[in-house]
Ligand binder design. Structure first.
Ligand code: UD1
Length: 344
């Protein structure tokens, strides 16, 4: 019998890609999502992509009674992957309580339920945002965390600490927090990808929307940083590689003998690319020029951050395989498929 995995936030961008990789690795995943930042058609697209029915529960992971019902219905749950969180940095500054309540509340509900139902494994979505502007590059997992720049970033730090405390208290939970660098790209099938609601905050979906004519131009946030070309540098990780890292993390947890474990692992490529490099690479893979202007710096932006991803290789046997070109090509294919859908 395949092991049951609950994917909280499984209709979202990273969650939906992870759902596919879990299935391909022989697991039996089920999605839990309130569709507050995802569309129902993701489920239909997942069915088309996997040629299988999709088991999903619609509701709020912050609602303990709902989660109780989900876990009761599922039965023997092997692991939970927790993606369900709000992630808009700017909004978190305006509505901090919404972020603290949802992102921390849902983790508390989950840890309580995991303990009560003896669910042993957890993979948690954290972010390189916890490193802030690092003093030394590339960042390793022991690079000190910096005070969070936003309530969103703070929720990631607090959630990491909550899991660490729980494990320290000898709760029977084995957990890994994955610190994602900058996820981008889409499934090569063109069937799933990022579905930003409103204007995207992140670079790659903004680029593809400009290229598709949905938005007029991209503003590059500053070009006088002390970097080789003056624009900010990030570690762009293909979402399919990122999804696979969750499967590897689960496998690693399942093989541990101890019943109580917590670790933190960076998930990035280990390479930094500037905003201008992203634009130039996009122009190359799409074969068309991108309309962009140089604008002022964005408040709170970090100049350069990229991962040392050695620990992921050593501990869970994962390394990224896909390139920036692959990611931009896949993101562009996905954007074009959305456009076709709109015109039908
Ligand atoms: C942002 C979040 C981070 C979160 C991550 C998730 C902020 C300050 N940080 O990271 O907490 O974990 O997303 O993916 O929002 N850029 C432009 N023009 C644009 C958009 C972006 O020049 O229209 C530049 C940014 O200045 C940055 C790079 O592109 O240098 C990447 O930006 P973005 O995709 O927003 O990611 P981060 O800022 O790294």
């Amino acid at each position: 019998m395949s092991k049951k995995i609950l994917v909280l936030g499984g209709a979202g961008y990273i969650g939906s890609h992870t759902y596919v990789e879990l299935l391909e690795s022989g697991y039996d995943p089920a999605i839990v999502d309130d569709f507050s930042n995802a569309e129902h058609k993701v489920i239909e697209r997942l069915k088309a992509l996997t040629q299988r029915d999709v088991r999903f529960y619609e509701g709020d992971c912050n609602d303990a009674a709902f989660m109780e019902k989900v876990i009761g219905t599922e039965g023997d749950v092997h692991a939970v992957i927790h993606f369900a969180a709000f992630k808009a940095v700017g909004e978190s500054v305006e509505k901090p309580l919404k972020y603290y309540e949802n992102n921390i509340g849902s983790l508390l509900v989950l840890l309580n339920k995991m303990t009560a139902h003896q669910i042993p494994h957890l993979v948690f979505s954290s972010s390189c945002t916890v490193y802030g502007e690092p003093d030394k590059l590339p960042v390793t997992e022991s690079t000190p965390r910096k005070p969070a720049e936003s309530p969103y970033g703070n929720t990631k730090q607090i959630c990491e600490d909550i899991i660490a405390d729980c494990v320290r208290s000898k709760a029977a939970i084995k957990a890994i927090a994955l610190r994602y660098f900058n996820p981008m790209g889409a499934h090569p099938s063109g069937l799933i990808g990022e579905l930003p609601i409103g204007a995207p905050n992140n670079l790659v979906p903004f680029v593809t929307q400009v290229a598709a004519g949905v938005r007029e131009k991209l503003t590059v946030f500053g070009n006088d940083y002390p970097t080789p070309d003056g624009t900010c540098v990030r570690d762009y990780i293909h979402v399919v590689d990122l999804a696979k890292a969750h499967v590897k993390a689960l496998e690693h947890l399942s093989h541990l003998n101890e019943s109580n474990h917590y670790d933190i692992i960076n998930i990035g490529t280990g390479e930094g690319n500037s905003v201008m490099e992203v634009i130039k690479t996009f122009e190359k893979v799409s074969g068309q020029p991108l309309n962009y202007v140089i604008g002022p710096k964005r408040d709170g932006d970090v100049e350069t951050v990229y991962a040392n991803a050695d620990k992921a290789k050593q501990v869970i046997g994962w390394t990224s395989e896909l390139t920036l070109e692959d990611g931009l090509r896949d993101a562009w294919r996905w954007q074009q498929s959305l456009k076709e859908e709109d015109s039908q």
